[in-house]
Design a protein around this ligand. Structure first.
Ligand code: GNR
Ligand code: NI
Length: 171
């Protein structure tokens, strides 16, 4: 089932999400499936639960954009354990459509998370996958990529969005 993606301005995007406490349920597995479907349908490489108006600590990501079935990742209650190095690259967000800016992130990370059965696992990621996980992890803490920009760039984008809201071209 396709889920509706909320846009910048919705308070759920700036709220710290709650940990997932119930695992192994059909409901959780269906949610993850629906999030993948919604992410692919919108040509995203990641999608966090708050973006579908669910203030829960989980996200999906697939930097192969559906090309490699083994690239599908679902992380629940994730923690970033280690961050190393630095990369600067362009980011966009499905909740802030039409805006892309360079963001500085760690190059490599080590993450611990749970799967839909509640089992803990650890993984490492670098480059774009690392960038995507950091972007999604931020969503769980109510942080958008705008927070990583200069005041000037952030305010410019906010002003443009305010105009889009006024003209009825936002949400
Ligand atoms: O589709 C997306 N592309 C993207 C590009 C660079 C860094 C992060 C991302 S995630 C984004 C989808 C999204 O909004 N996820 O929260
Ligand atoms: Ni996003």
């Amino acid at each position: 089932m396709l889920l509706r993606i909320v846009k910048y301005g919705d308070p759920v995007l700036e709220t710290v999400a709650e940990p997932v406490t119930e695992f192994g349920t059909a409901e959780l597995k269906q949610l993850v499936e629906d999030m993948f479907e919604t992410m692919y349908a919108n040509k995203g490489i990641g999608l966090a639960a708050p973006q579908v108006n669910l203030s829960k600590r989980l996200f999906v990501c697939d930097v192969s954009a559906g090309e490699d079935p083994g690239a599908k990742l679902a992380l629940i209650n994730p923690e970033i354990l280690v961050k190393e190095g630095r990369q600067v690259g362009e980011e966009g967000c499905l909740s802030i459509p039409g805006f892309r800016e360079d963001v500085a992130r760690a190059y490599r990370i080590r993450v611990r998370a749970q799967n839909t059965d509640g089992e803990f696992f650890e993984m490492e990621a670098e480059d774009l996958k690392s960038r995507c996980i950091q972007h999604e992890y931020d969503h769980l803490n109510g942080i958008l990529f705008l927070a990583h920009l200069s005041h000037l760039k952030r305010d410019l984008i906010r002003r443009k969005i305010r105009k889009l809201v006024k003209s009825g071209e936002w949400e």
